[in-house]
Design a protein. Structure first.
Length: 106
């Protein structure tokens, strides 16, 4: 039987997993859609392989701006792990400093 603390940890882990899964789905859709857009911009679907042309800069706006959104989605998804480690390290550092300062004056 799980106690309340274990249930909360399990719910938090499931929520975290859903965020990560959502990011990976977003990244996969980004890749597939932009591959299709780039291939169509080169004319592969209408001209065949021999008559391809380089897409203009306007064809790169969708991947660029969507990529910015994907980048921030990734930051939002994975920042908690990076920030948590940094916060834990800083808390430990401050506690050790306070303990040293306390020992100096006593």
């Amino acid at each position: 039987m799980m106690n309340t603390s274990e249930k909360e940890k399990l719910a938090k882990a499931k929520k975290r997993l859903e965020k990560i899964k959502g990011f990976y789905i977003h990244a996969m859709v980004y890749a597939l859609v932009n591959i299709f857009l780039m291939l169509s911009a080169t004319g592969i679907y209408s001209n065949g392989l021999l008559n391809l042309h380089m897409p203009g800069w306007a064809h790169f706006t969708t991947p660029f701006f969507w990529g910015i959104g994907l980048f921030f989605h990734g930051l939002n998804t994975f920042k908690s792990g990076l920030l948590k480690k940094w916060e834990d390290r800083k808390i430990k550092e401050y506690l050790e400093k306070e303990a040293r300062d306390f020992e100096k004056f006593n």
